[in-house]
Design a protein around this ligand. Structure first.
Ligand code: 8DG
Ligand code: MN
Ligand code: MN
Length: 363
């Protein structure tokens, strides 16, 4: 008898929001290689072309097993000729293109500079073009001005460049919760971002605040920041007040930024153990993001801030192209009608999609 070994094309959707992507990646060798290529393009301002590699990596992350033969990629969506070539080469050791990038001076320098909080690809490129290659060289170049964010980025670089653990995230949740409840006893705090997707480590900790009455969301962040300051646990804060307009229709653009009130913080997290003798301090600086949407948009904000970026990008694309609806971090619209949602399940149902759990959104 003839046994069909390859899956039919319909098995893997080209939309990340129709795939279940856990953190159990069976194709890490390939996805790491593809992500180096993507990152290299992003660092040189080529977001468009990088997306193809990001999408290819995302498809591979959703597979239930490791790819065995290159021809298995024939039936997978989003895998273009360039991605296939990388997979083929990575199969027998490492790709020379990936090695070349990893050893490239420009890539290495841009990656180093953009690892600083507040330094984006443009600033990193500017410094690289001035001939700077290391932090020490940047420090000894007086003509290079730093903004407030970058100054904090360098000041706390050692701590905030280290991954934040789930244990540290839980400790921060208690601190944030305490401050939020003190300011508004009826408000609640939930962890979002990568930790909600089940990650063990993150580059920051993302929290979303739920307030039960209209208007409360606008006063809570300034009050929480004030409290953190009085507790002497705030090292940096950038409060972005809400520019959200309830009547505005969702935007077509795919970027993750939204108009809710939010703040980007660096907080002091006290160590459980003894003093860090070398550093002479008993705390670690940790990046924390807080967002406070109005109640009727809470579920959309939660979905948006849970990510992953690629999952949300495809969810918006799916809504628009397959359902003719408009989705962004604030709302889902069918024609000009806002579709309310009490739970994330409601949003998936509005879109006629099977529900995907947060831990399956690691696209
Ligand atoms: P990591 O921190 O573990 O590295 O990963 P992450 O938690 O997935 O990434 P993140 O950079 O902390 O972002 C979490 C989600 O928040 C991501 O899907 C993008 C989303 N996000 C919004 N709006 C905004 C915004 O205005 N600014 C930022 N920085 N992120 C936003 O939905
Ligand atoms: Mn995060
Ligand atoms: Mn964040």
């Amino acid at each position: 008898h003839y046994i069909q070994v390859t899956k039919p094309e319909s098995a893997v959707s080209p939309y990340a929001c129709q795939r279940r992507t856990t953190l159990d990646n069976h194709n890490k060798i390939f996805t790491d290689a593809l992500e180096v290529l993507a990152e290299n393009l992003e660092l040189s301002g080529n977001q468009g072309p990088s997306l193809a590699f990001r999408k290819a990596a995302s498809v591979l992350k959703s597979l239930p097993a490791a790819l065995r033969r290159q021809e298995e990629t024939q039936h997978l969506p989003c895998l273009g000729e360039h991605s296939r070539a990388i997979i083929e080469i990575s199969e027998c050791g490492s790709s020379s293109r990936v090695e070349e990038i990893l050893n490239d001076e420009r890539y290495r320098t841009m990656k180093l500079f953009s690892s600083v909080f507040g330094v984006g690809p443009k600033t990193a490129e500017n410094w690289f073009c001035r001939g700077l290659r290391t932090f020490a060289e940047r420090m000894s170049e007086p003509s290079v001005r730093l903004n407030r964010m970058q100054t904090a980025g360098f000041l706390f670089y050692e701590d905030i460049s280290k991954p934040v653990s789930r244990t540290e995230a839980s400790a921060l949740k208690i601190i944030v919760e305490e401050a939020v409840i003190c300011v508004n006893p009826s408000a609640t705090v939930s962890i979002t971002g990568g930790f909600r997707r089940g990650k063990e480590f993150g580059h920051d900790v993302d929290f979303i605040i739920k307030t039960p009455e209209a208007g409360q969301e606008d006063v809570i962040l300034p009050a929480v920041i004030k409290r953190f300051k009085s507790q002497n646990i705030l090292l940096y804060s950038d409060l972005q007040e809400s520019t959200f307009d309830l009547r505005k229709l969702p935007t077509h653009c795919f970027d993750a930024m939204d108009h809710f009130g939010k703040c980007f913080l660096i907080m002091k997290l006290k160590h459980e153990q003894e003093m860090d003798a070398r550093a002479g301090k008993d705390w670690k600086a940790v990046r924390v993001d807080l967002v406070a949407p109005p109640l009727e948009r809470f579920t959309y904000a939660l979905l948006g801030w849970t990510g992953s970026t690629l999952f949300l990008r495809d969810l918006r694309r799916f809504a628009r192209l397959e359902r003719g609806k408009l989705l962004d971090n604030h709302a889902l619209y069918d024609k000009n009608t806002f579709l309310p949602a009490n739970t994330e399940e409601d949003i998936f149902a509005h879109l006629g999609l099977e529900y995907i759990e947060p831990w399956q959104r690691n696209a």
